[in-house]
Ligand binder design. Structure first.
Ligand SMILES: O=C(O)c1ccccc1NCC(=O)[C@H](O)[C@H](O)COP(=O)(O)O
Length: 241
């Protein structure tokens, strides 16, 4: 299975085009008013029209209620809903049922203890996004450009987890470190926002291209031999189909 690459927090036609031309599989649009990447629905609809049929459209929200989600879905017809708040497995199931769309749940990882919740979330969501926990003083629950210890996701720590679909890795990835992350973890996908920006909320086309290139090169290399012999390759799945 080939590595899926998501560029999150795109907000202009130019940077969106850079992500699509670089070969991103997924593009993320942020609906969270406190974020410098926040999009209003009209702007998002225009960007979605530019993407349709070229990559998957991911709508990111944070503890959004049904009315807010309905507005987002009607405006951009996303392929995937990314939930980046404190949505529990019951809420994820309710959202999947109500909107008939696959859900990717972001889970903050700070230590081995955070892995315990993964099976419950994997059973409810279509995908998991394993992200860093936000720093204590952070305004945003994600998109903070901080990484967690990737070694938490190597063989012994994942051994007891019933994961049956590829997860995406995120948090502090950038063009310089994504190769090492892919070779070590062999995730199903990688997701980046801050690491391809020149300032908060301002994406850099060159960094987007460099990120995609580095991730693809590392994925090809990893496919020729797993870095962690205790771990099946590619990364295991997180939900029965
Ligand atoms: O990007 C935002 O502004 C944002 C706001 C609220 C919740 C999540 C948000 N972003 C999440 C992401 O962009 C990524 O899924 C992930 O957290 C990685 O971000 P980064 O560490 O900046 O690459």
């Amino acid at each position: 299975m080939s590595l899926e690459i998501k560029i999150c927090g795109l907000s202009t036609p130019e940077t969106l085009e850079a992500a699509l031309e670089a070969g991103a599989d997924m593009v993320g649009m942020v609906f969270f008013a406190r974020s410098p990447r926040h999009l209003d629905l009209a702007r998002a609809a225009g960007l979605a029209a530019q993407v349709r049929g070229r990559a998957q459209i991911v709508a990111l929200s944070v503890d959004a209620d049904d009315a807010a989600l309905a507005g987002i879905v009607a405006a951009i017809h996303p392929d995937l809903l990314q939930l980046h708040g404190a949505e529990d497995p019951a809420r994820i199931r309710a959202i999947r049922a109500r909107f008939g769309l696959p859900v990717m749940k972001a889970i903050g990882i700070g230590g081995a203890q955070d892995l315990a919740v993964l099976p419950a979330y994997a059973a409810a969501a279509d995908r998991l996004l394993l992200d860093a926990k936000p720093p204590k003083d952070a305004v945003l629950p994600g998109g903070n450009g901080v990484a967690f210890d990737w070694n938490l996701l190597t063989g012994p720590n994942l051994a007891g987890l019933d994961l049956t679909r590829p997860f995406m890795l995120s948090g502090g990835l950038d063009p310089d470190n994504v190769g090492a992350a892919v070779r070590l973890i062999q995730p199903g996908g990688v997701d980046v926002s801050s690491g391809v920006e020149r300032a908060p909320g301002i994406k850099d086309p060159d960094r987007i291209a460099a990120f995609v290139r580095a991730a693809r090169e590392a994925s090809a290399l990893a496919a020729s031999g797993p870095a962690d012999p205790a771990r099946p390759s590619p990364a295991r799945e997180t939900r029965p189909s």
